[in-house]
Design a protein around this ligand. Structure first.
Ligand code: C2O
Ligand code: CU
Ligand code: CU
Length: 538
């Protein structure tokens, strides 16, 4: 591994004679110093700049985070070359960062609501990158928009107060056109926020609070990662790996005691959708979604988790004899991709290069739980977990005319939202919203024949509520195989739209004006431009 200069930004400031007090935000500083215009697309070189927050001495936690290359042992035999995040706490509670030494996955960052956090991100890769804090409510220049991507060797300083409720958030790269590639090679990590309300719920903690990041990867004969073996068709559909990894490990087994656990699941896959259920049919107890705890636990026979989404389960193994093994499966479902994009003519491998050994909707094992020891003092499941204030559709300023964002593929084979593809700084009139307003949006998966695919839609900067789902009758059959696994009771930042599905959400743009993204979290779709900006105006 190469060594980086974690304090590049400080040196830079000293060299340029700029004091911290005169430091502007990333874009402002770049403009000031280089006079360069903003990056317009993934193919253009990123300006050689260093940016980020004005440096104030106040941050309670100061973390040096680096994206770099490395090697980890994943399969027996040769080590796998990966890209990975590494972090170090330079100030504050050392437990704010938990590195995972045997995994390519980034460190787990743990913060508390209200805490001020500084993250000095250094790009030690061979190409531009930027870090996005998925799910957090942040000022625009702290959100990791691709226009802030930094060149190799540069540092971007994030500084913010954690405003979000307790929950399972995460971070990953967001360089336009390269997000999928960079995340696939290992750049992703969890960011866990805690708060007083969560503490009061007294959920299983410490070793009984288990993060589980689910991803799929394909390896070659030398244990190296294979990406998009089928070329363009793979990319249109999204990458689907042949092996399921949990926390970066294959054939993952979780050893447990006979007591209750909090399982925090993140679907960190590029494109794969999971329909999770216990093999023995035991129902799942869901306690949280993307934006933290539900008001009360809900039961599901299975849960559907699309790329970017999080689901937290409360799992009680206290009735299970030591020696019991349980399997968490992804159950079969249909319709996530069909027509030309899936099982049809081109899906059988004819035009797809290698084809997909494990298509979306196939049934497979995700992980095993082995009850290894007896334990007492298990927490009971709380009846009430938190307060979730539900928005009311009547209160939306556009209640009679929701904004509709239709997702479709053009005959030029480009993914679009209302006919447009991503533009780095472009915002259409219908993408401008007002600060502090509650709005109704509808995402509509306008599937026709060429483009029958699911799209997990994600909005940056906010948590929203899902209030309505509909499906076109012609595509209802696939939808029926997943719909009972949607958990729309809590706060969401990513919502799955099956082919032909239309979803209404309510969302409020508080505190910050500026340019934010909304996009499909199928990372290959995102990179192909199934992403747009919206702008919050005062
Ligand atoms: Cu996790 Cu813009 O994404
Ligand atoms: Cu995000
Ligand atoms: Cu998509």
């Amino acid at each position: 591994m190469t060594t980086s200069t974690p304090f590049a930004r400080r040196d830079f400031l000293r060299l340029t004679g700029l004091g911290a007090a005169t430091l502007l935000t990333g874009g402002g500083l770049a403009g000031l110093l280089s006079g360069c215009s903003p990056v317009q697309g993934a193919t253009l070189p990123v300006s050689d700049r260093t940016g980020g927050a004005a440096s104030t001495p106040g941050a309670e936690v100061d973390i040096a985070l680096k994206a770099t290359r490395g090697e980890v042992s994943i399969l027996p035999g040769q080590a796998t070359r990966v890209w990975t995040y590494q972090a170090e706490v330079s100030k504050g509670d050392p437990a704010s960062v938990q590195n995972l030494p045997d995994s390519y996955l980034g460190p787990i960052i743990r913060v508390r609501k209200g805490q001020t956090v500084r993250v000095r991100f250094t790009n030690d890769l061979t190409e531009p990158s930027i870090v996005h804090w998925h799910g957090l409510h942040l000022p625009e220049d702290m959100d990791g928009h691709p226009r802030f991507a930094i060149a190799p060797g540069q540092t971007y300083t994030y500084e913010f107060r954690v405003a979000d409720r307790a929950g399972t958030y995460w971070f990953h790269p967001h360089r336009h056109g390269r997000t999928a590639f960079q995340a696939y090679h290992g750049l992703a990590g969890l960011l866990l926020v805690s708060d007083d309300e969560e503490t009061a719920a007294s959920l299983p903690a410490g070793e009984y609070d288990v993060p589980l990041v689910i991803q799929d990867r394909t390896f070659d004969a030398n244990n190296q990662l294979v990406y998009l073996p089928g070329g363009m068709m793979d990319q249109m559909m999204g990458f689907l790996g042949e092996r399921i990894l949990v926390n970066g490990q294959p054939d993952f087994t979780l050893p447990v005691a006979t007591r209750s656990y909090r399982l925090r699941l993140l679907n960190g896959s590029n494109s794969r959708i999971y329909k999770l259920g216990w093999a023995d049919g035991t129902p799942l107890t869901v306690i949280a979604t993307d934006g933290g705890l539900l008001e009360k636990p809900v039961m599901r026979d299975y849960v559907v988790v699309s790329p970017g989404e999080r689901i937290e389960l409360w799992a009680d193994f206290s009735g299970r004899p030591v020696g019991t093994e349980l399997t968490l499966k992804s159950l079969s479902f249909s319709g996530a991709e069909s027509g030309m994009m899936g099982g049809g003519m081109m899906g059988g491998g004819m035009m797809m290069g290698g084809g997909n050994a494990l298509p979306n909707g196939a049934e497979f094992d995700v992980l095993r739980v082995r009850v290894e020891r007896a334990a007492t003092g298990s927490q009971p499941l709380p009846e009430r977990l938190s307060t979730v204030q539900r928005y009311r559709a009547e209160e939306a300023i556009n209640r009679d005319r929701p904004r509709v964002f239709g997702i479709a593929m053009t005959n030029m084979m480009a993914w679009t939202i209302n006919g447009r593809t991503f533009e780095m700084e472009g915002v259409a009139a219908e993408e401008i919203v007002k600060l502090n307003s509650l709005e109704a949006w509808e995402f509509d998966n306008l599937t026709e024949s060429m483009d029958v695919m699911a799209h997990p839609m994600h909005v940056h900067g906010v948590q929203f509520q899902v209030v309505e789902r509909q499906v076109r009758p012609a595509l209802a059959a696939g939808w029926e195989t997943v719909r009972a696994g949607y958990v729309d009771e809590g706060w969401k930042d990513t919502v799955l739209l099956m082919p032909g599905e239309r979803v209404k959400i309510l969302l409020k743009f508080a505190d910050y004006t500026g340019l934010y993204l909304y996009h499909c979290h199928n990372l290959e779709h995102e990179d192909q431009g199934l992403m747009r900006n919206y702008r919050v105006e005062a």
